[in-house]
Design a protein around this ligand. Structure first.
Ligand code: NG6
Ligand code: CA
Length: 496
């Protein structure tokens, strides 16, 4: 882009660091005492720590879809936890946060977990990959395609699988039976496992850990779980170092503390909580790599760093890694009820720290904000006028994000697992009646399902212990109607 430099002159760099399944109580600055996170604590002490910030979904793909598009996930029927061979669910014609920033002169990069699909269906992993992050707004892309528990266990550099050898093509299969008889699986060869699965995750064994799905080939390209943090941190640091004289946007999406939790040797044993604690310490080290790089390059003052997580925490998400047994007094969701997959607050209310030393005064904020608002807020910041079809559910809450106002949003729809919904409005959290179990017996997380409507007043009852629906039938009726109205609403920007 010819006029990039002039368009972007003086604009701050923007970095999103995004954890995977990190809960409201999982890091020091949010109250954890058994997990040491000095780098995140440093970020919080020179930035704003938000106490009422939300993703829009309690699972990964929907949360990430909304972060990058500014549109609620349930407006796209494909925005659900994706298998590792799913096609890209963002239409390349759709406006995206990186695309918007690119149009305003930013260099844009993604490093880490993607999980929004690749290709258009039936992807050949041995060819150039079309319909990738490079087609929805990113100039640079080095990604884990889906999750660390799904095949293929390879990283993708630009359009190519990193390290793939021509004579050893990759094949991937999602379905019930293993089509590759020569490849051991967790189901048939548990004696080969170094970490056992507790539910699901009985497919192809890669690095001694069985995954979801089946694959063969690509031996030289397979990632090593214990090295992944360093590999990705290096890519993030390089991207920053290569963009010192032009504003950049970096989306650095960690794979921690998602399962399987396999920290590098330096971090193994660094907490008494087992691998789940250890990988959070490892992730904090990755944050430190970014902070140190910015400091070294003199970029810290003019860089906005936003740290958050895609969804709430889970202890047993399918591997027997002692997260439950070693939990002790650690409260992964802090005072909140529920966790990953849940319609309670623990599913979507998350750590959210914004630092911009050159502009933003340190402090705490209880402004009600959501990750879905970053698009419209940063559009305002960089002087981008949103079009009618752009980021249609994203609100400009820039003043709240910069700590200049306590006014954020007034309401937000959040999604639990399987496209179930709840709404927070003002101080009220409302969960309509839902069929299904009240607790998921695999993860032992409360889903939020109940035959009764549930209404909680968060200022009195942050842990959602007292259902006041019966005392406030008018509120229940109003919130139920409002939820339906938002879900059925138009998808162009309000006021356009
Ligand atoms: C679930 C997986 C879980 C995790 C999740 C996605 C099983 C039994 N459970 O289906 O382990 O991978 O999907 O997590 O397979 S997320 O953070 O990417 O949404
Ligand atoms: Ca996640």
């Amino acid at each position: 882009m010819a006029n990039r430099d002039s368009a972007a002159a003086g604009k701050p760099n923007i970095i999103i660091m995004y954890a995977d399944d990190l809960g409201y109580g999982d890091i020091g600055c949010y109250g954890a005492t058994d997990i040491s996170t000095p780098n995140l604590d440093r970020l919080a002490s020179d930035g704003i720590l938000f106490t009422e910030a939300y993703s829009v979904a309690a699972t990964c793909t929907p949360a990430r879809y909304s972060l990058l598009t500014g549109v609620y996930p349930w407006r796209n029927e494909y925005a659900a936890i994706l298998p590792g061979d799913a096609p890209l669910i963002i239409n390349p014609t759709m406006p995206t946060l990186p695309g918007m920033l690119r149009s305003e002169g930013y260099s844009t990069g993604i490093v880490g977990k993607w999980h929004l699909g690749l290709g258009t269906g039936g992807l050949d992993w041995n060819e150039d990959i079309d319909h990738s992050p490079l087609d929805v707004g990113f100039d640079y892309s080095f990604i884990m395609p889906a999750t660390n528990d799904r095949v293929p266990c390879v990283l993708v550099d630009g359009r190519r699988v990193d390290g793939l050898e021509e004579n050893d093509p990759i094949e991937v299969f999602y379905g019930k039976e293993n089509p590759f008889p020569e490849m051991p699986t967790g189901r048939d060869n548990p004696e080969l496992l170094r970490m056992h699965y507790s539910h699901g995750h009985d497919g192809t064994i890669v690095n001694g850990v069985s995954r979801i799905g089946f694959m063969r080939g690509g031996k030289a390209a397979l990632w090593k779980d214990e090295e992944m943090a360093e590999v990705l941190a290096d890519k993030a640091v390089n991207f920053i170092s290569e963009h010192t004289d032009q504003p950049f946007f970096l989306y650095y999406a960690f794979h921690q503390p998602h399962v399987p939790r396999l920290p590098g040797p330096r971090f193994a044993g660094s907490t008494k909580l087992g691998p789940r604690g250890d990988v959070i310490v490892e992730m904090d080290w990755c944050v430190g790599q970014v902070l140190d790089t910015l400091d070294r390059l003199g970029l810290r003052d003019n860089t906005i760093i936003l740290f958050s997580s895609d969804n709430g925490p889970v202890l047993d998400d399918g591997y027997a890694d002692q997260a439950v047994e070693l939990k002790g007094g650690h409260r992964q969701a802090g005072p909140l009820r529920g966790g990953k997959y849940s319609k309670y607050e623990g599913g979507t209310r998350l750590p959210f720290i914004l630092s911009w030393p050159g502009r933003v005064k340190p402090g705490r904020s209880d402004a009600f904000v959501s990750q879905i608002d970053l698009y419209a807020s940063w559009a305002e910041l960089v002087g981008h006028k949103l079009g009618a079809d752009e980021a249609t559910d994203s609100l400009n809450v820039l003043a709240a994000l910069l700590g200049e106002s306590k006014e954020g949003r007034t309401e937000l729809v959040t999604e639990g697992s399987k496209n179930t919904k709840a709404i927070r409005q003002g101080d009220w959290a409302y969960i309509p009646p839902h069929k299904g179990p009240a607790i998921n017996l695999n993860t032992m997380i409360e889903t939020g399902n109940s035959p009764e409507p549930q209404l909680y007043k968060l200022s009195d009852d942050i842990g959602q212990q007292i259902n006041v629906a019966k005392e406030h039938p008018d509120k229940v009726a109003a919130l139920s109607a409002r939820l339906e109205e938002i879900v059925a609403s138009r998808t162009t920007r309000p006021g356009i």
